[in-house]
Design a protein around this ligand. Structure first.
Ligand code: ZN
Ligand code: ZN
Length: 700
């Protein structure tokens, strides 16, 4: 507490805590409430998020003085904290005994107090700020004069999670009556290491014995995007053992699609985060990931052994990979052959680096990761490296990666469209870059593995034996869908799907979109993009479970919408035949999920204190051969042709561009050797002007 703040003085804390302690000693409990009022602490001098902008923090740190007896055995602190992003140390009498749990959620964190750390009489507990900017809340601090296991397991709860009667790997989320992720301990008598447990969260094989403090809890069982969530309230009394059965059902049908997380870490091999190798197996199986790609930093990792020893191998097919972490960007490569050397991760030149990545035995896919994040002072798609309108590489020759992360659930963007627009620019330039979604999770619960994911067209009948070669081929061919809480499928003329080239285009294109969501998520907006330009939009406003709504499609702008009981709805658009080749992409979005079993994290490197949480689905392109020459011509291809033809006669070039979309205009702008003066542009068609102006500024 900052001296002079309007909160109680240290002296009063001492008195208050002392009184509580005396009462506690008089009662059978060994607990003392050291602090029971919400305080807002801020490190740095900026409000971290909008929610803190109008609040005056109580101070940079919290100091509590209290009277206690000396502890000859371990004692336990329960700290109810919220919004913790950075490393805040917890000190007792000036010595560090732990740190707050780094997670921006309301949770009860358990810290063991070593024997002898409490002294007879007055003690001082401090929560000490880091250097980095962070706004946090401390709601409560409780001290128990018992070892943490005993203090936590006042009663036990045996949970069994099943699908069709059989236990199924899943996530159990336990929230206390105040809405905080509960203090818990996994009781693992017979089989140690059978669970991954964190505050309020347990991943396991479907059965878990969990120690809890006395209280009333809401228990959720979940299994990632495709499954229902089962919920039950339980009351745990002192010394009581309770059982709870929860059953899950599949809500999103994904036959023929493999749920893949292209970006998965462990603390074991990456050295940061908190998820150990065996724990990772339970989190992957528990979130329903069927094709996990191991991508620790600069090390080739294979999950086969831990998957076998934890009994999780039947639930997924592990793929060996590596996040090649260079001073100039991070690239995921897979599959990596056993015994392959680690590629040179000091390379800065992307052409040389790409050669090294592809020389790694086995590697078929190279993914550019989180292109808008800054690591080592390098942002792959910074304006100095990349023109986000034309897709040009400003650092060298053409890009060579096969795929890029459109969505990384651990590293969300303040502007969620930013990376999609980058991708549109690449596609307009003529690159065939597959969009992927991933979690980049290093943790058990702070970031949920598989929250961002990619559905790849591949036979999924046997999850333990997925054809990795086929999955890689399909990913490279763009037969993949990006998902974070929604899944969007698209067909053109009932026949062509993502990755296809639509040929024999008639007068009209019929674009059918199906958006699927589990009962706990919903889509409220579906947009269709042609060459990255939004051409249709629909706000169905239909929540899963609601009755069907149908509006008859009519003519060029009509759309029919319907919904079945499974939480899907269809949108159909009829487009006139485009004037030239375009690729079609659908983006569906809906309100974000805040519920504790799937809460999405805030942006990783925010560019503003505001943020809108949303679920999202993105398709890969369907390529439309509208000009009927049997192949796809990207925007840059048309632009090249037009600039060659009219290059020296700008007025004619601008007139010719009127028959093409703004993506072609932007590419033409990048191909014109001299900048075009404003007065020349003034006479051009509005969309042509927009393309030129966007190119000049580097953003749409
Ligand atoms: Zn990375
Ligand atoms: Zn990573």
């Amino acid at each position: 507490m900052k001296p002079g703040s309007n909160a109680s003085s240290p002296r009063r804390w001492s008195l208050a805590a002392g009184l509580v302690w005396l009462m506690a000693l008089g009662a059978p409990s060994h607990a003392a409430v050291l602090h029971a009022r919400t305080v807002h602490l801020r490190s740095g001098d900026q409000p971290e998020w909008e929610q803190f902008a109008t609040r005056t923090p109580d101070g940079p740190r919290l100091d509590l003085t209290f009277n206690a007896p000396r502890n000859d055995t371990e004692a336990t602190l329960f700290i109810r904290q919220d919004e913790v992003r950075q490393d805040w140390n917890v000190e007792l009498n000036g010595k560090r005994i732990g740190r707050l749990f780094t997670m921006e959620a309301d949770l009860v964190h358990t810290i063991g107090v070593p024997a002898g750390a409490l002294k007879e009489g007055e003690n001082k507990l401090s929560i000490v700020p880091p250097k980095a900017n962070d706004d946090i809340l401390i709601h409560e601090v409780v001290l128990e004069l018992k070892p943490s296991r005993e203090a936590t397991a006042e009663g036990t709860l045996a949970v069994r999670v099943t699908e069709k009667g059989a236990p199924v790997p899943s996530r159990i989320t336990i929230v206390d009556s105040r809405g905080a992720l509960a203090a818990l301990v996994a009781i693992t008598n017979a089989a140690p290491g059978r669970l991954a447990a964190r505050p309020g969260v347990v991943y396991g094989d479907g059965t878990a014995n969990i120690g809890l403090r006395v209280g009333t809890y809401t228990v959720y069982a979940s299994r990632g995007f495709e499954y229902s969530v089962a919920t039950q309230t339980v009351r745990i009394a002192k010394g009581e053992s309770r059982t709870l059965a929860l059953s899950l059902t599949r809500e999103v049908e994904t036959r023929g699609l493999v749920g893949c997380d292209t970006h998965v870490h462990t603390v074991t091999h990456s050295g940061h985060g908190d998820c150990h190798l065996d724990e990772r197996m339970f989190t992957l199986a528990g979130e329903g990931i069927e094709l996990p790609i191991a991508t620790d930093h600069n090390t080739n990792i294979n999950y086969d052994l831990p998957a076998e020893r934890t009994g999780m191998r039947r639930w997924f097919t592990p793929v060996a990979g590596n996040e090649v972490t260079t001073p100039a960007g991070h690239f995921n490569i897979f599959p990596v052959a056993a015994g392959a050397p680690v590629p040179d991760y000091k390379l800065m030149d992307w052409t040389k680096l790409d050669a090294a990545l592809r020389a790694t035995p086995g590697v078929r896919v190279v993914v550019l990761n989180h292109p808008r994040n800054v690591h080592n002072n390098f942002q792959p798609f910074a304006a100095t490296n990349f023109n986000a309108v034309s897709g040009e590489n400003k650092r060298g020759p053409d890009f060579q990666f096969d795929a890029m992360e459109l969505l990384n659930s651990s590293a969300q963007q303040s502007d969620y469209m930013l990376v999609y627009r980058d991708w549109f620019a690449l596609l307009n330039y003529g690159y065939r870059v597959t969009g992927v979604g991933s979690s980049d999770s290093h943790d058990v619960s702070r970031y949920i593995v598989g929250q961002g994911r990619t559905y790849i067209e591949t036979d999924d009948a046997d999850t333990a034996r997925i054809d990795v070669a086929a999955a890689c081929s399909n990913l490279l061919a763009g037969r993949a869908l990006v998902s974070m809480g929604l899944l969007a499928r698209m067909t053109v003329n009932d026949r062509f799907r993502v990755g296809d080239l639509v040929t024999n285009v008639g007068d009209q294109l019929r674009v059918s979109v199906n958006v699927a969501a589990p009962s706990w998520s919903s889509a409220t907006r579906v947009e269709l993009f042609a060459n990255g330009v939004r051409v249709r939009e629909r706000a169905p406003g239909i929540l899963p479970g609601q009755s069907a709504v149908t509006s008859k499609g009519s003519g060029l702008t009509g759309a029919a919408t319907r919904q079945d009981a499974g939480g899907t709805f269809g949108v159909e658009w009829v487009l006139p035949r485009p004037a030239h080749d375009v690729y079609l992409i659908v983006i569906a979005t809906g309100p974000g999920v805040d519920a504790a079993f799937w809460a999405t994290p805030k942006p990783y490197q925010p560019t503003s204190p505001g943020w809108t949480n949303r679920v999202v689905a993105v398709t890969n392109p369907i390529w439309v051969d509208a000009d009927g020459d049997g192949r796809f011509m990207p925007a840059r291809g048309y632009a090249k042709h037009l600039v060659e033809k009219h290059g020296r006669e700008l007025a004619r070039l601008l007139r010719a561009l009127a028959d093409f979309d703004e993506a072609v205009a932007a590419q033409a702008a990048s191909l014109c050797s001299t900048p075009i003066e404003a007065h020349v542009l003034r006479g051009a068609a509005p969309h042509v002007r927009r393309g030129f102006e966007a190119y000049a500024t580097g953003h749409w």
